[in-house]
Design a protein around this ligand. Structure first.
Ligand code: FAD
Length: 159
């Protein structure tokens, strides 16, 4: 299977978009990720898949904790920025929840400690045990499909 076919096929799975953040020593780091999922209710676990080439990989390994901010459709600029697609470095005004830096105005912020880490090929699956959650009542998600950002279309008719 060639890489392009694999990428195209995986891109047919529509997802939301998150920014994973952590504080390692005095360094705060953020990275865009859509390989995110809920894993378990008891205990409450979530998972993010982080590439071994990403700076975030060692940052999470060092800090043992991370947060996931689920982006709204008004935050495409944050997704682009934390995916390294903007040249100039910005001074990001992170919001702080306990000792976790998070992206303010996101739909949800999930604060986790690392429960487990599973290397899988060129990525590591970081399982996070949820320590706290902040949910915003309003807003629509930023979505990603076929390599492009999208908005939710709620006009599907139920048969
Ligand atoms: P860098 O590339 O070093 O950082 C990303 C950007 O954020 C840089 O511009 C950096 O300057 C800036 N930045 C970071 N921290 C701060 C800070 N404290 N203050 C100011 N600026 C800061 N990769 C995965 O591994 N898993 C995924 O699930 C995943 N999903 C993705 C989904 C989408 C929609 C996109 C567009 C990309 C995705 N990527 C994913 C790719 C990933 O986001 C990029 O490869 C990213 O650049 C890797 O992050 P890094 O940790 O190496 O950080």
């Amino acid at each position: 299977m060639d890489g392009r076919t694999f990428r195209n096929a995986m891109g047919k799975f529509a997802t939301g978009v998150t920014v994973v953040t952590t504080k390692s020593g005095e360094d705060v780091h953020g990275m865009t990720a859509n390989a995110f999922m809920s894993v378990s209710m008891d205990p409450q676990l979530i998972c993010v898949s982080v590439g071994h080439n990403a700076t975030m990989h060692n940052k999470i390994k060092d800090s043992g904790k991370f947060a996931v901010s689920i982006l709204s459709d008004a935050q495409q600029d944050m997704s682009n920025y934390f995916a390294g697609q903007v040249k100039e470095k910005k001074d990001i005004p992170f919001e702080w929840i306990h000792e976790y830096p998070v992206i303010s105005d996101s739909l949800v912020n999930i604060m986790c400690t690392v429960y487990d880490a599973h290397p899988a090929g060129d990525h590591t699956l970081y399982i996070g045990e949820v320590q706290d959650i902040a949910v915003k009542d309003e807003g629509e998600p930023l979505t990603f499909f076929g390599g492009k950002y999208c908005r939710l279309n709620r006009e599907i008719e139920v048969e």
